[in-house]
Structure formats: C-alpha cells, structure tokens
Design a protein. Structure first.
Length: 423
C-alpha cells in the first residue's frame, strides 16, 4: 500500500469521525432545545387554561393575551389579579397539567399584586389540604392576587443519560475499530516494506555468487587454463566457495518456508551440546581467520533432547550475526554453556556494534533487519533471529538478548536438559 493511500485513509477516517461527533452534538443540542420548547408550550397552555377557568369561576373579565408570562427558564406567573385560593388553584393546575401530560413536580406561589410579594408558597400535591386564610393572615377573597409555578431545574445531560451513554458507546466503538484498522494497515505497510527489502536482498545475495561462479566457469573453460594449474586451482576454489555460499543462502530461504508451515515436526535426539556448537562454528572458521577473529567455547558438555539439524542452524544464525555485525573490528565470539539444573544455558556473546533498546524490541520479527545504513553493507534476509526464536520455542526453551550500543550483544538460549545423560 502506498504511503499516500494510507494518509488518505487516515485523513478520511478522522474527518468522518469528527463529522460524526459534530452531527451527534448538534442533534443532542436540537433535541434538548426542542424538548425545552415543547415543555414550555405545554406549561403555558396548562397555566392559561387554569387561569381562564379561575376567571370563569369568579365571573371575572378574561384577557388571555397577557395572562401568562415566563419569568425564567423554569418559573412562570399568571396575572389574573383575581381571587386566588391555594386549594382551588392547586386543583385546577393538577387537572390541566395532567391533560398536557406534564408530570414534573412544581411549586405554587401566590403574589400580592400591590406589593409584588409572595404571600403563599407550597409544593403542588394531589393531597393538598384546604389552606385557610387565617393560617396566612390574608383574605383569599380579595381580587388582588396573581399565581405562578416554579419547576425544579433539570440537567439535560442527566435527563438523556441513557441516550448519551448509548451514543458514546457507539462512537467510541467506531473510534476503536478505526484505530485497530489503521494499526493493522500500518503494520501491513511495514510488513510489505520488509518483504520488499527481503526480495531485494535475496536477489542481491543469490545474484552475486551466481555471477562469480559464471565468471570463474568461463575462465576455467578456456583451453589454455590447463597449462596454469595454480590459476585453475584458484578459480576452482572460488567456484567451491561461492557454491557453499549459494547453498547457505538457499538454506535460509528454506528456513523462511518453515515459517509459513509452522506445524513441521522435530526429529528429537539426545545431542551433546558442545559438540553441536563445534559443528555449528566449523563453517565460519575461514571467515574468522579472514577477519583476524577468534572464538572461545567454554563450559562442560551437556546432553539435551533437540533436533540437531534445526538447533544447529539456530546456533549458526547467532554466530553468523556475531560476525556480520562486528563492522571493522576483529570478531571475538564467546560461547558459554552452563548447567542451571533443569535447563542448559547457551550464551553467544560478541564484541560487535550492539543495539539500542528500541531495536531489541523488533529483532525477532520476521524480515526485520537492524538498521546499518546501506541496505547491502550487512548481508542477510532478516529471517535469522525469527527462525532462531521459533526453533527455540519449539524445543520448549526461551531466548534472552542483552545488548549495549558499541559494546556487543549476548544471546542466551535456555533449553530443557536431558536428565538421563547428565545425572
């Protein structure tokens, strides 16, 4: 997947999620506004009808136009300027509010028209008893009172909590899924890049020995070469050396096939660990001599139930890395075996360039290669350590890496011990 395509997908996803947030916000805002408007309308209708009926009861002049006024978001006054008995008005309000399907609690207040002071306040109730004038020291039969209602303030967020939670779950679910998809796409992109790197390196690694063998073969085919035995031996040696190199590269490509299979079986046998290590390092002795390097194998030999072929290849990969990542230094490889009781520890330590902590997190990933600048200055396919980890795990073992930049790296392989041979 191209980088531009990935950016378009991420931008489109983020934009869509933001748009969804905005739509949800305005939808919720409009819903609250609509419900508030509808509530106010019902309250005003109920109060208007209650005031109208109160006027009819007292045969007073009716002026519906200026009868109801809204003082605040939750308080209203009905300017009847009439006889307002608390019991009568409470009864009328209950009837009218029920007719409007208003079931919110409310408080009744009666005002003196002349002083604009509250002379009575009580919560509206179906069980409201008759309020005697003497209890308040007022005369309810005077045409100088207005009445009003006050509703408790309601937090719209609490009122629509269930809808909010449901919307939040859906949105966060979409966000989570989007993050998961983007993460998978980024991983796939990195994997594609590593695969491309692998193909480029494989092409380079296979093409070089083939070209060298082809060139040497052409020289040997010259009929005059028979008279130059030293030259013939030299080119024959090159062909043999490049053939071994080609064989090694093909073996590593076959290792890659094992990753795809994953269910291949192991041929477990009782193997002497130190002898197996000597066998693993044998092909690298000429390379160590060429680089003025050396190696040291320490510790007594132990036996373990392993697949000698695959386990030897795993140790070979560790030795190969130890030589490759020494750069200009003369490589010195220390291999130490220790009896830990139930396990055998095999440590492969080098004096190479080492790794940063961030690199150590990725070294066991398939196709990953530690960055060293030029793509071909360190040969390899990026499957060696992945293969090592898989083989060690298949032997019910584990592998630990400890590394410091410019100070070298130590790989420790832990495998179960064969008790019968070691006891």
């Amino acid at each position: 997947m191209k980088k531009r395509t990935l950016h378009i997908i991420i931008f489109g996803g983020v934009f869509s999620i933001l748009l969804l947030f905005i739509v949800q916000f305005f939808w919720a805002k409009n819903l609250i506004h609509l419900e508030s408007k509808q509530f106010n309308h019902k309250v005003k209708i109920g109060l208007l009808n209650a005031g109208y009926k109160l006027k009819l009861i007292h045969h007073s002049k009716i002026d519906k136009i200026h009868l109801v006024k809204q003082l605040t978001d939750n308080s209203y006054v009905v300017e009847v300027q009439d006889i307002v008995n608390p019991t009568t008005i409470d009864s009328l309000l209950q009837i009218e509010f029920m007719a409007q399907e208003l079931y919110s609690p409310y408080k009744i207040a009666i005002y003196d028209c002349f002083t604009d002071s509250v002379i009575y306040a009580h919560s509206g109730s179906e069980n409201e008893n008759y309020v005697a004038a003497k209890d308040y020291g007022v005369d309810w039969n005077i045409n100088s009172y207005n009445f009003g209602v006050i509703f408790p303030k309601i937090n719209p967020l609490k009122q629509h909590l269930n809808i909010g939670i449901a919307s939040g779950v859906v949105i966060f679910g979409i966000v989570g899924f989007f993050i998961y998809v983007v993460t998978m796409l980024i991983r796939q992109k990195k994997l594609d890049e590593m695969k491309t790197d692998f193909v480029n390196n494989m092409t380079h690694e296979l093409k070089t020995p083939i070209s060298t063998i082809s060139l040497s073969s052409n020289v040997i085919m010259n009929k005059n070469i028979i008279n130059q035995p030293e030259r013939l031996k030299h080119y024959a040696g090159i062909i043999n050396q490049e053939n071994d190199r080609l064989k090694t590269q093909v073996e590593r490509v076959l290792q890659l096939a094992l990753f795809e299979q994953k269910d291949f079986g192991l041929d477990l046998q009782s193997v002497a660990i130190n002898e197996m290590i000597e066998k693993a390092i044998e092909p690298y002795k000429p390379l160590l001599e060429e680089k003025n390097g050396n190696y040291l194998i320490e510790g007594e030999s132990f036996f373990a139930e392993i697949d000698e072929h695959h386990f030897c290849n795993a140790i070979s990969n560790l030795i190969d890395n130890a030589i490759k990542y020494c750069k200009e230094k003369s490589p010195f490889i220390q291999i130490h075996t220790v009896n830990l009781g139930k396990e055998i520890s095999i440590k492969v330590k080098d004096n190479g360039i080492g790794m940063e902590k961030e690199e150590m997190k990725h070294i066991f990933k398939k196709f990953y290669r530690a960055p060293t600048g030029n793509i071909h200055n360190v040969k390899g396919f990026g499957i060696g350590l992945s293969y090592v980890e898989q083989i060690v795990k298949m032997h019910n073992g584990s592998i630990i890496v400890n590394s410091h930049k410019n100070k070298g790296t130590t790989f420790e392989v832990l495998v179960p011990k064969n008790k019968h041979k070691n006891d």
